[in-house]
Design a protein around this ligand. Structure first.
Ligand code: NAD
Length: 292
């Protein structure tokens, strides 16, 4: 296939490389980065999209996606498919999809889980929204860039699934970290805490697979000075998207709102920026009950 790839950052560049390795012809465009080896460079987003069977975008946010979509949709050939893999707000995903469909294109919102390691290793999980037909066209590419793709429903369903998952993740990480900090203050050994919780009803992915306590459980960013991993800033972005969606859908999400407030404080006022999202544990560790 001839593929246009727009947004060649930490995630986009290795994803584009995997498509090249699988034998596809990939043309890339990024406002700041030059394409990785094997990906030819276009002079603009529109040029990267012209005459392609599929165009993939991997961009920072919904506003940028909307402006790139304005530029590339008129340049794409009818019948081609626009696949947005960025994490953006549900409203932007739906708006871009209807604009693409009105122009005779297929559209899929397909945010990913798996991070930079998953992008490089071709082991991402894609959660996709869009028509059956558009999903079918995108599926062979998901197979190359990832290990699993779930067709979640119509336009926006991929973004909806992503932010619901990550709202659970943010809330659960905070619960795991505050429980460790409480256990410390009760004099409980962290290894014993892990041994009990990881095999009891408090178990979770954050405890069992990504334990925030160094030296306990499987190797995780906690064992590497809380270098991300999954940065607290990105967790905050996803929690904000979840609350924006909850607002527009009139959903009551008090724990999600609390997690958003805590990560905002951690990233913007404390030392959380650039650290892994599990660095909430040393944050709680330092605090007492009456801390502001
Ligand atoms: P990044 O900032 O490394 O990459 C984004 C790229 O888009 C940059 O290279 C930037 O120059 C480019 N860009 C910005 N505006 C552009 C424009 N108008 N035209 C062309 N290129 C433009 O970010 P990333 O880590 O690669 O993340 C990309 C998306 O994937 C985000 O939506 C993020 O939330 C999501 N995501 C990231 C991770 C992760 O672990 N990094 C995991 C899952 C999902």
């Amino acid at each position: 296939m001839k593929i246009g790839f727009i947004g060649l950052g930490n995630m986009g560049a290795p994803m584009a490389v995997n498509l090249v390795k699988a034998g596809h012809e990939v043309t890339g465009f990024d406002v700041a980065n030059t394409p990785p080896e094997g990906v030819s460079e276009a002079a603009s987003a529109a040029a990267a999209a012209t005459g392609k069977d599929a165009v993939i975008t991997m961009l920072p946010n919904g506003a940028i996606l909307r402006s790139v979509a304005e530029e590339i949709i008129p340049a794409m050939s009818p019948g081609a498919v626009l696949i947005d893999c960025s994490t953006v707000d549900v409203d932007s995903a739906r708006a871009v999809a209807s604009q693409a469909e009105a122009a005779g294109l297929g559209a899929v919102d397909a945010p990913v889980s798996g991070g930079v390691g998953g992008a490089a290793g071709g082991t991402l999980t894609f959660m996709a929204g869009g028509s059956e037909d558009a999903f079918a066209k995108a599926a062979p590419l998901f197979e190359i860039m990832g290990q699993k793709a779930v067709h979640c429903g119509d336009a926006g369903a991929g973004q909806s699934a992503k932010i619901c998952n990550n709202m659970i993740l943010g809330v659960t990480m905070i619960a795991t970290c505050e429980a460790f900090a409480l256990a410390d203050k009760l004099g409980l050994d962290r290894q014993k805490m892990f041994d009990v919780v990881s095999t009891s009803s408090g178990y979770s992915w954050t405890m069992n697979a990504y334990c925030p306590a160094p030296g306990v459980g499987p190797t995780s960013p906690a064992d590497n000075g809380y270098v991300p991993g999954f940065a607290a800033d990105l967790m905050l972005k996803d929690l904000r998207l979840s609350q924006q969606a909850a607002e527009s859908a009139d959903a009551d999400t008090p724990m999600g709102a609390m997690a958003q407030a805590l990560y905002a404080r951690f990233v913007e006022e404390e030392d959380g920026k650039g650290r892994d999202f599990s660095a909430m544990l040393p944050r709680f560790e330092k605090r007492g009950r009456s801390a502001e």
